[in-house]
Each structure stands twice: as C-alpha cells, then as structure tokens.
Design a protein around this ligand. Structure first.
Ligand SMILES: *Cc1c(COP(=O)(O)O)cnc(C)c1O
Length: 377
C-alpha cells in the first residue's frame, strides 16, 4: 500500500520521463556494450559541463565518489578528514574506507551545515592527539550549501583540500556559483531519491584539476590506464551504461525539477507560517534545491505519528548523528560538544517533497500540520 501522500516518489519521476528513458535503455540493451561506453562518456561530459568544471568520472555510488575523491587527493591512513556528524552515514563511512580518520565538527543550527566558526576554532587550536588534518568534506545537507566561501578560505589558510559532498545538492548554488565547482573535487550520488536520481546506484566525481581527474579515473578501474596493467592499486566502481543513459535523459530537466521543488517549498513556507513549527531558513546568498524540506519541532515524533495517521509520509534525516550510532559511538574524534547535531537529530522532520508532487497534496500536508498544531485556519 502506498500512502496517499508519499514522502518521495522516484517512480513518479520515471513515469514523467517514461518514453525517453525506455528508449534510452532499449538502445543500450541492443548496443551490446554495457560498461564504460559512449553513454558514460557522454554523461560525464554533460554533467561536468553542467557543473562548469573540466572533468567528470562516473562511479558506482555517491559513497564511492567520496572514497575515490579522497584517495585521488592523496588522503589515506594517518590523515584526518574534517566533516560533520549530522549527515548520511556514507560521508563518514567513505572517510574510513579511505583509511583516514573522521574528525567531526558541530553544525550551524540554522543551515544544518558545518559551523565555520567551530571549524576555524578547531584548526587554530588543533588537538595534539588528533591525526593531522588533510581534507575538509562539507556536506550541502538537504540541498542548502554549506558556507563555501568561508570553508575555502579556512582550507587555504591551513593547506587542506576541500571535497564537497554534493549528494543532496545537485544544482544548488552560493552567490550564483554552483555546488561542486568550489572544492578541489566534489562527489555526487545518483541514488534514486536524489534530485538527479538513477534507477539503481550511481555517482560521479567532478573536478577542474586534470591531475586529480586522472587519478580518480585510474582508481575507479583497478588503476588501469591500459587494460590489465594496474599503475596504482584501484577498485572496481563504475557507473554503468544503462544508468548513464537514464541520467542523460533526466539531467535535461534537473533545473526545471529543482524549480518545482522550490515552488512546493514556497507553498509550505506560506501555508505553515505561524503554525508553531520551525521552518527551514535559507541564507540570502543561497539558491536552495530542497532535496528535503526539513521542519523542526521538539514534538517531532508526535507530529510524525499524527501525519502517518493522515496518510502523509515523512522521514527523519537523520534520527541519530553518526557519532551516536552503534558502529561509531565513543570511537570517533569529535571537536567539543556536538550539541546542535544531537538536538537536530531529535527535532528534524522531512516533509513530502518531490518534483511531481501536486499543489493539492502540498495543501493537504499544510492543513494536517495546522490541525495537529491547533492552528488551523
Ligand atoms: C546519499 C548520500 C551519500 C551516499 O550516496 P550513495 O549513492 O547512496 O552511496 C553521501 N552523502 C550524502 C549526504 C548523501 O545524502
């Protein structure tokens, strides 16, 4: 049983592009070439052009994109990588997959992204028992960019590389400059529910630097430049032809779909003003792509239960900060208290949002929340 108002609906996005996707898939099937062929090359070029950088390297997932970006930048055992705890576990898992040590900093509670003052504090007074930091991985959570100008400035001052986690920010921008074009490298995920989603797993690493692009390209396939000759130890993480063909179709409408997400967000902002829950803030410099529309309230669980009863799907991104999860608890290096990350985990609720969602469904969500809050109009 699907809910009357689902939290997200990747099938609706497929149906919106059905004829083109079916034709693209059929063409791949009958081409006889399924791995690293002309669809992947074309998509890599088109996506790199969309971001405005020189190169894209298609890989197996967003997690792998982070891993290969870290490794391409020379991050490995003995190195510290600074990131946040209020993120998808993939961000932190990728750092450990690279053999490096995650160092977690708290978030700014308004944007839910890396607190740049705490980042500067950490680096200015670096703990002697922490492994030397080599990289910063800002996460543009929910589609709202982290404070990129400040992060890049701090990184330059401390000689750190910046790898942007753009898994939730396809098309988002700060001061008109798109996320993915700021750091030394950036990692995108094409998990089906992302703003640009494949119909399976996929990811891409993008960079303007030819040396880093070359290393990432070698790393994704056993370190091969020439087939069967490994120049460096690599992995197998390739975007496949089918997903690349599908992504080429969907990339053409990404901007229009992001605009539609912004329309729904605007409808929520109007409808829920004064309803007694905290609505997502947007920094003046930012073009938000609303991968999620995240409200917050200390009565989050109660609100989620109520909406579930009304047939409205919601999700919590994420119910536990990474440093509190069983696999990581008491084991990760953290800078000070991560109080804002812990408070966010207890209060955030992602309301339904996806490009194909109707205004009528968004109004249903608004009315239900207002009834719950006792602020019905
Ligand atoms: C989805 C996501 C990832 C991982 O992407 P996968 O393609 O699922 O491996 C990494 N970071 C963030 C912030 C994500 O949302």
């Amino acid at each position: 049983m699907t809910q009357p108002v689902p939290q997200c609906d990747p099938k609706a996005n497929y149906l919106a592009h059905r004829a083109e996707i079916d034709a693209a898939v059929a063409a791949v099937l009958s081409s006889g070439w399924y791995i690293l062929g002309k669809e992947v090359s074309a998509f890599e070029e088109e996506f790199a052009r969309y971001i405005g950088v020189a190169a894209g390297i298609g890989v197996g997932s967003g997690t792998d994109a982070l891993l290969l970006a870290l490794r391409a930048c020379g991050v490995g055992p003995g190195d510290g990588v600074i990131t946040v705890s209020h993120t998808a576990v993939a961000t932190v898992a990728a750092v450990e997959m690279a053999g490096a040590t995650p160092i977690l900093v708290d978030i700014d509670p308004v944007s839910f992204t890396l607190d740049v003052e705490k980042l500067a504090d950490l680096l200015d007074d670096y703990p002697v028992n922490f492994p030397l930091a080599k990289a910063i991985v800002p996460v543009h959570l929910y589609g709202h960019p982290a404070d990129l100008p400040a992060i890049i400035e701090i990184a330059r001052r401390h000689n750190l590389v910046v790898i942007e986690d753009c898994a939730q920010s396809h098309g988002a921008a700060w001061d008109g400059r798109i996320t993915g074009a700021w750091g030394d490298m950036a990692a995108f995920s094409f998990y089906p529910t992302k703003n640009l989603g494949a119909l399976g797993d996929g990811g891409i690493v993008v960079t303007d630097r030819a040396d880093l692009a070359e290393r990432a390209r070698l790393l994704r396939q056993y370190g091969w430049r020439q087939r069967y000759i490994s120049e460096i130890p690599g992995v197998n993480s390739r975007l496949d032809e089918m997903q690349a063909a599908i992504l080429r179709v969907k990339l053409r409408t990404l901007d229009a779909e992001n605009s539609r997400r912004r329309q729904i967000a605007a409808l929520y902002n109007r409808g829920l003003a004064g309803a007694g829950i905290e609505l997502p803030a947007v920094r003046a410099e930012v073009s938000h792509v609303y991968h999620q529309y995240v409200a917050r309230t200390p009565r989050r669980d109660e609100l989620q239960q109520f909406l579930h009863g009304e047939g409205i799907g919601t999700l919590v991104h994420y119910p536990q900060p990474v440093h509190c999860q069983p696999a990581y608890r008491d084991r990760l290096r953290i800078h000070g208290e991560l109080a804002q990350s812990e408070r966010a985990a207890a209060e955030v609720l992602s309301l339904p949002i996806y490009a194909e969602m109707s205004d009528a469904d968004a109004h249903t969500v608004v009315e239900s929340i207002r009834r719950w809050a006792g602020t019905a109009k």
